[in-house]
Design a binder for this molecule. Structure first.
Ligand SMILES: [Zn+2]
Length: 210
């Protein structure tokens, strides 16, 4: 039994409230949604993919870093394999939303399979909300439920891919203007700014040397 928070009894809401830093324990949490952050655990997807969920211990660390649990739920090998399968389905579904393409039935089936499992349940206590049933499979169910809520509602229309061509990260554009371009202003946004500055300097230099 674990106590998470005082006021929120929706695990995804708690997740959003609990953790703010976009890079935590070597993992990126830049999207604003669990269902889009899990795909980021395969780093460098578009160039040199690097598996960040190499071992069950890595998955335990990711689940803690995600804010879903304060205690390592000690996932096994089978759960690690399932997490990777869920992750890849979430990536394809997210990109289908970005491209405004139909969702693959097989991917939806997989997400539904995980969403149908028992998620952690909130219990009312004098001290606030206490979450029970926070095994690793239950936490995967919470992620799948987040995916259903995201991909199955008008929110899907606000899923974007980072504007950096080589960056595969997706995010939910929750900005007021709905013009968010980067997975992170400090990461890809800054890189683009520096590149633009260098380009301008290079354009100006020949002029000066005339
Ligand atoms: Zn990016």
């Amino acid at each position: 039994m674990q106590r998470y928070g005082r006021t929120r009894c929706n695990l995804s809401s708690w997740f959003q409230m609990a953790a703010q830093e976009e890079d935590r324990d070597g993992f990126k949490f830049r999207s604003g949604r669990l269902a889009l952050d899990l795909p980021a655990s395969l780093a460098g997807r578009l160039r040199q993919p690097r598996e960040l969920l190499e071992t069950p211990e890595d998955l335990g660390r990711w689940l803690i870093a995600s804010g879903l649990t304060p205690v390592d739920p000690s996932p096994g090998r089978a759960t690690l394999e399932q997490a990777r399968q869920l992750r890849e389905a979430l990536y394809r579904l997210g990109m289908a939303c970005v491209r405004q393409q139909p969702l693959e039935p097989g991917d939806m089936e997989l997400v539904n399979h995980f969403a149908a499992r028992s998620p952690p349940v909130p219990q009312l206590t004098p001290a606030g909300v206490r979450w029970e049933g926070t095994s690793a499979p239950a936490l995967l169910s919470a992620i799948a439920r987040d995916a259903v809520d995201l991909f199955g509602t008008p929110l899907a229309g606000f899923i974007r891919k980072c504007g950096n061509e080589s960056c595969a990260l997706m995010f939910l554009d929750q900005s007021r203007s709905k013009h968010r371009r980067w997975c992170s202003m400090a990461g890809c946004g800054n890189k683009a700014k520096v590149a633009e500055f260098r380009r301008r300097q290079a354009d100006e230099t020949p002029e000066r040397s005339k």
